[in-house]
Design a protein around this ligand. Structure first.
Ligand code: C2E
Ligand code: MG
Ligand code: MG
Ligand code: MG
Length: 283
């Protein structure tokens, strides 16, 4: 009987696993067509100077309006990374963001230091011809390359530090800026960090949320900001949700903040309204 039961349990487990695998491969297939079907779009989250409250740029964040409704990148990006579909999605995002940046550079010439940040996955970065494709997109839209920031996660860069140093150096030659995303959640060796040709450290929101209240977070954020200053990097704090978090970051002299306190990711229309109004955020 016990044996029977055991076998049954395995069958149930198998079934659940199979269903999950089928669902994932269906989603991946749908994702492959998402680009041609125009189901992807970008939202833009403001980045705000902690000194002046001025909008300094946006991070472009991908959204998927699928037949099943709106799907979060937290769900589809890991899947696309696993299957390789991220190569197409990432290329689409980069072109869409650069086209938008070109338009903003035309329409708001006074805001000549506005930046747009685009997330780049590790598969994309390490893909043959990636550096050339970035250069081709810059040329296609004729953007100032220094207005384009590419965000690579710390764990992606550290998955193959030597190759990351090579590729990021090549990328930098085209004039783009590089940000290390989700910093503090990967496993950086300080020796590798020092060699990476990056411009910006983005402190992961795990250390930013509750900064005002939690002592350990404040201590970690302090260390990260000090490290960034030593390496001459700009600091961006992600996930700033409260005035307390913001005040604590100002005290630690972080440069830029991003988070729900200022704004959730915006549609293009909302972003343009913000660009037109131009009034600073309250800091
Ligand atoms: P990320 O690059 O670290 O982006 C920041 C995420 O934090 C975004 O989630 C943003 O909406 C969210 N966020 C911003 N402020 C706050 C806040 O105050 N509180 C909280 N709780 N969250 C905040 P989103 O848009 O869901 O994106 C999740 C992740 O998906 C991104 O994390 C990035 O890793 C990935 N992703 C998004 N778009 C792309 C893309 O075009 N390409 C690639 N490769 N990855 C992308
Ligand atoms: Mg990012
Ligand atoms: Mg991040
Ligand atoms: Mg993140």
């Amino acid at each position: 009987l016990a044996k029977e039961k055991g076998r049954h349990r395995i069958a149930v487990f198998d079934d659940a696993l199979r269903q999950r695998t089928v669902a994932r491969s269906k989603m991946d297939q749908a994702l492959r067509y998402a680009v041609e079907r125009n189901e992807l779009f970008l939202m833009y989250q403001p980045k705000v100077s902690l000194q002046t409250g001025k909008l300094c740029g946006f991070e472009a964040l991908m959204r998927w309006r699928s037949a099943q409704g709106l799907i979060s990148p937290v769900e589809f990006i890991p899947l696309a990374e696993e299957s390789g579909t991220i190569i197409q999605l990432g290329h689409w995002a980069l072109r869409a963001a650069c086209r938008q940046l070109r338009q903003w550079q035309n329409d708001y010439p006074a805001l000549d230091d506005l930046t747009v940040a685009v997330n780049v996955s590790v598969r994309q970065l390490f893909q043959d011809g990636f550096v050339e494709s970035v250069q081709a997109i810059i040329d296609e839209f004729g953007i100032y390359p220094s207005a384009l920031e590419l965000e690579i996660t710390e764990s992606a860069a550290m998955s193959n530090p030597a190759q990351a140093v090579r590729l990021l150096s090549d990328l930098k030659r085209s004039g783009v800026r590089i940000a290390l995303d989700d910093f503090g959640t990967g496993y950086s060796s300080l020796a590798h960090l020092q060699k990476l040709p990056i411009d910006v450290l983005k402190i992961d929101r795990a250390f930013v949320n509750g900064l005002g209240e939690r002592r350990e977070n404040a201590e970690i954020a302090k260390l990260v900001i000090a490290l960034a200053k030593t390496l001459n990097l700009e600091t961006v704090a992600e996930g700033v949700e409260t005035t307390d978090d913001m005040r604590a970051l100002q005290k630690l002299q972080a440069d830029i903040a991003q988070g729900y306190l200022f704004s959730r990711p915006m549609s293009v229309n909302e972003a343009e309204q913000q660009l037109r109004i131009g009034s600073p955020y309250l800091v």
